[in-house]
Design a protein around this ligand. Structure first.
Ligand code: ABU
Length: 341
């Protein structure tokens, strides 16, 4: 039986990939890093670069170990990527870059039904990131899963566009991070942003075929990933980021959903001047079942809201979500959930 079998964000979780901060670094800044990760910094020289401090990596790995322990106690299988050498510079015909990290498998791996898809990221530094998961993908393929890589993009300088200070990406080739997409059964919600273009949505639709419908949606300021814009709790119920979407921006496919505004986030600290995540990383939660969520423990307002709508919460610590750019949804890729649609 295919080890990959996942149709939505909330069915009972059975298997998951959890990232690692080990060997993580901020790559040499280039136009892709500026456009996608630091669109608010107008002077490229102000973009942070280099290794994350040791204590950030160590404390994060410590927090992740406790997270994995919790998942194991819930009988959930956990797999981890092979740490990569991100310092190594690589070159394509158009540019050179070094790597970022393997902390956020959510950004690079899309699991839909029995298929894993390697995403065509608009960040040059992530060009080879999925290589850290090859052994896992081979295991999945041997179990009967499908394994696809989206066409490798060229990512020329002309990919990155700036209009009135807002970055976007061109429509020259399909581009998206897997974190631009959320699964609602046969409906997929696809955020068009500075990390995902319309051609990417079209590629996904044509690759998955008529069983699925890819619904494009937008948020304010073209902000990259969908999992700090929407958190899906269970069939028919979602939490949205009121700073990024409103009645005008909700896509039609969500017409019948109960949409609850995310309460204010509790501010959490970060290292340096420019973190990889916004404060909304606090709403980046992982559903274990439709009635059980893992939430970063400082987010007490969100925890209260979830309890009010009858979701039990396991509050866990993840101290460096803003510095490293990932909460519990980002640092995972759910591979198998019980349920068939
Ligand atoms: N990788 C998720 C980052 C999203 C945010 O900072 O809001």
């Amino acid at each position: 039986m295919s080890l990959v079998n996942v149709h939505n964000e909330w069915d009972p979780l059975e298997e998951i990939i959890v990232g690692t901060p080990i060997n993580g670094q901020l790559p040499q800044p280039d136009i892709s890093v500026q456009a996608v990760d630091f669109p608010d910094i107008d002077n490229p020289q102000k973009i942070p670069v280099g290794k994350f401090p040791h204590h950030i990596i160590e404390e994060t790995e410590e927090d992740i170990e406790e997270f994995i322990d919790t998942l194991n106690k819930l009988s959930i299988t956990v797999r981890r990527p092979e740490p990569q050498n991100n310092e190594k510079v690589f070159t394509t015909p158009h540019w050179s870059s070094d790597g970022l990290y393997t902390y956020c498998p959510r950004d690079m791996i899309l699991a839909i039904g029995n298929t894993v898809i390697e995403a065509p990221s608009s960040l040059r530094c992530r060009y080879f990131e999925t290589k850290a998961y090859t052994n896992i993908f081979i295991d999945y393929m041997k179990s009967g899963s499908r394994w696809i890589s989206a066409p490798k993009p060229e990512l020329r300088d002309t990919t990155y566009l700036q209009n009135n200070g807002v970055f976007s990406i061109s429509e020259d080739e399909p581009l998206f991070d897997a974190a631009n997409i959320l699964r609602l059964g046969d409906d997929l919600l696809y955020l068009v942003s500075n990390s995902g273009n319309l051609l990417g949505a079209q590629w996904l639709q044509s690759t998955l075929g008529p069983q699925y419908t890819v619904h494009t949606c937008y948020n304010e300021n073209n902000f990259k990933h969908i999992d700090t814009t929407y958190s899906f709790i269970r069939e028919g119920t979602l939490i949205y980021n009121p700073h990024r979407v409103n009645d005008k921006l909700f896509p039609k496919v969500l017409d019948k959903w109960d949409k609850i505004a995310c309460p204010k986030m509790v501010p959490t600290s970060f290292y340096g001047d420019a973190p990889l995540s916004s404060p909304w990383i606090g709403m980046n939660i992982l559903m274990i079942t439709p009635n059980l969520a893992i939430v970063e423990k400082s987010q007490i307002h969100l925890i209260k809201l979830l309890e009010k709508i009858k979701v039990d919460v396991i509050p866990l610590q993840l101290r460096h979500t803003r510095t490293l750019g990932g909460g519990f949804h980002c640092i995972t890729c759910d591979i198998r959930r019980r349920g068939n649609e």
